[in-house]
Each structure stands twice: as C-alpha cells, then as structure tokens.
Design a protein. Structure first.
Length: 383
C-alpha cells in the first residue's frame, strides 16, 4: 500500500478531543486477558530490549541514561483492537518520564508518545512519533496535573479501536484524577511499548503490564492488516461480542502477524485464527506456511483466507500462494477475492464494494466477505 493511500485511510476517521474527570478508576479494559505483566522482582526479563541500560533498584528498576533513544522496550507486538499498557512508577521532583510506542512492523510514522513532566506539572501528549527519527514531535496537548514526588502513580495508555485515552491514577487515593483522551492525532498506539527518562531525577518503575478487554477462549481471532482492522467496526458480524476478537494492523505484513502469535494468539487462545494478510505484499508460501504451522503448534486451527481484490495491483499471485499453503496443510479459508468481484465470478473487481481508495471494502463489501466466510468455513458458526 502506498504511503498516500495509507494516509487517506487514516485521515478518513481521525478526530480528537480531550477532557478530564475526577472519579474512581472504572473497569474499562480491565476485565479481559493479561497479555504481559512483570513487577521486575526477578530482574529485567530478556523479553525487553534495553539500550538505555535500565537497572534494578529498590522496589523496581530505574534508568541510568537519558533521552528517547535510551529506552527500555517490551519486545512484543500488539495490535489487538482493545489494548492497554499500564506502568506503575514513582517520580522525583523534576522527573520527565516518557511512555511511548515504537512501531516495529511497516510504516513507523504513527507512534504514540506521552511525557509525565513533574517539574512543570504537566502531562504532555505529542503528535505522532516517528521511530525512524527519534526526536520529539510537536506537543498536541499540555494537560495540567500536580504530581507529588515519591508517590506511586500508574500511567496508562489505551486504544479502543479508533480512540486513544491517557490516564494518570494516583495509587495512594485510588483516584483517576485526570483522564485525557485523544483520537489518532496522537498516533496509533500500536506495536511495542517503551519507557525512557528525558530529564531530572531517575524514576523507579515498579511494574509493566499489557491487557486487553477481550477474554481468552473466544471462538475466533481475526488477524491481519488494515482490512482486518476495519472489521472492528462491525459488531454484528466480524466483531461479535463474546464470539470474536480483532487484531488488525494497518500497513501490516506476514512478519507482523507472526510476531503476534507470541504476544496475542498464544495468550488469547481462540479455537480458530482467521488470517487475512498479503494486501501490502511480502507474502510467500514459506512465510505463510510458517505462520500457520506456529498456530497449529499451539493446538489452534488456522484459517487462511484469500485477500480481496484491490487497486491498482493484482492479487492473483498472492492468492496462488495462499491456495498452495491451504492445500499443503489441509486447512480452510474464505474466497474473499470472489466475494469482492463482479457477480462473484472472480474475474473483475466490483468497485461498488470499496471505499474510494479501491483497497478497503466498504460496509457492503465487508458484509459480502462475512457471508463468504459463512459459506466457506461454516464450522465457525456452529455451537
């Protein structure tokens, strides 16, 4: 997908707003699965990348260097539709502490970056952060907040489909004194989560946790790129509460889906994993086979679907790869290419089923894909 088309897709639903509330912490994104959790009592796990030379200290870990490039990164990729990172931290009187995302799949210009600035009594939310150019972007929101040095706070970033939210919880009072929410103008809050100290006294980070609202053991997890990401908008079909979960990553490729086997699929453990990837290229028989086999190894059932038609490129070769993998492994998949073609003949794209970019199916197109899934993989819909 071209950068222009990707930008058009994002900008089509980008809005933002912010506000604050003084209330006890609610249960938003708290009743589902824990995807990662550490209190660092056993040290810094090899799950983390540590160019910032973070070290153990009393009650947690602390930084020994400063700046965005001296981070501690949880080396896991997260694209699940509802996701939250929570970091419990004690701050000094002049600490500037960063919590941010590093995009490790394709397209790195949509990172999310916030800074807890104790000295200036602010929570700063920045415009999208580009991991390829590690400098601070322009501040989007400066939200006043008075921190007490030495007190524990939980700093949270959440993404619920098209909305980001940033929360500070005072762990002494249990009150979420400030809640700031922003849309995608603050980035896409995806892939890997990281922390860094920019200036001031080094913080003590006591825990690092990633959760999702989805519960383990659902019938099916839909995983893929931006087309799959769009499935989250359809609670009557692909994103049915209690039946399915959605993990879509715009501009995503097979390598990113493979990353999520460890970070999401192995923990959510749905019965079926429905894969739709290849629209952005970089697919072949070998990497698709490896992806499906890693899911089978978990005792789960992969469903490998044909990618739908798109402009301006052909999907024929990619779907030949997919058909080969299905045949070799004896697995099923839906003919989403036929579903998005004129009269279902699979010889010409039906542009009435697409948004203006010719890549992302519109509501009618998504519905046709869902009906095709019912035909080709009926066991998904049996009790």
């Amino acid at each position: 997908m071209s950068k222009t088309l990707f930008f058009l897709f994002i900008i089509g639903f980008t809005t933002w707003a912010y506000g604050q509330s003084d209330k006890k912490v609610d249960n938003e994104l708290r009743d589902g699965a824990t995807l990662y959790n550490t209190d660092f009592k056993e040290g810094i796990s090899t799950d983390f990348v540590n160019p910032g030379a973070w070290v153990l200290t009393r009650g947690g870990i602390t930084s020994t260097t400063r700046g965005l490039t001296n981070y501690l990164l949880l080396n896991r990729q997260y694209s699940i539709n509802t996701r939250k990172v929570s970091v419990k931290v004690s701050l000094g009187k002049d600490t500037q502490f960063d919590l941010f995302t590093l995009e490790i799949d394709r397209s790195h210009q949509w990172g999310t970056l916030i800074q807890v600035d104790v000295k200036d009594s602010l929570l700063k939310i920045y415009k999208p952060y580009n991991a390829d150019n590690p400098v601070y972007p322009e501040v989007l929101i400066k939200h006043p907040y008075t921190f007490i040095a030495g007190r524990d706070y939980t700093i949270e970033m959440t993404n619920d489909h098209r909305s980001n939210k940033f929360i500070i919880i005072d762990n002494v009072t249990g009150v979420a004194d400030t809640t700031v929410s922003a849309g995608l103008n603050a980035g896409l809050l995806r892939d890997a989560f990281a922390i860094a100290t920019e200036n001031g006294a080094a913080p003590t980070v006591r825990s690092f946790k990633v959760t999702t609202q989805y519960k383990p053991g659902l019938k099916v997890l839909f995983i893929g790129d931006s087309i799959t990401e769009g499935f989250a908008s359809y609670p009557d079909s692909f994103n049915r509460p209690g039946w399915s979960a959605v993990s879509g990553r715009s501009a995503g490729i097979v390598a990113g889906a493979q990353n999520r086997v460890l970070s999401e699929i192995a923990l959510l453990r749905p019965k079926y994993v429905s894969i739709l990837v290849g629209t952005n290229g970089f697919s072949n028989v070998e990497n698709l086979t490896a992806l499906c086999k890693s899911i089978i190894k978990l005792g789960l059932i992969p469903i490998l679907n044909n990618i739908p038609w798109k402009l301006p490129g052909s999907v024929v070769k990619d779907n030949e790869y997919i058909n080969t993998v299905r045949k070799n492994l004896g697995i099923k998949g839906a003919a989403f290419d036929a579903a998005t073609s004129i009269d279902d003949h699979n010889t010409q794209q039906d542009l009435t089923l697409y948004n203006r970019d010719g890549i992302h199916p519109n509501t009618l197109g998504v519905q046709k894909m869902f009906e095709q899934l019912k035909i080709d993989v009926p066991e998904l819909f049996k009790d």
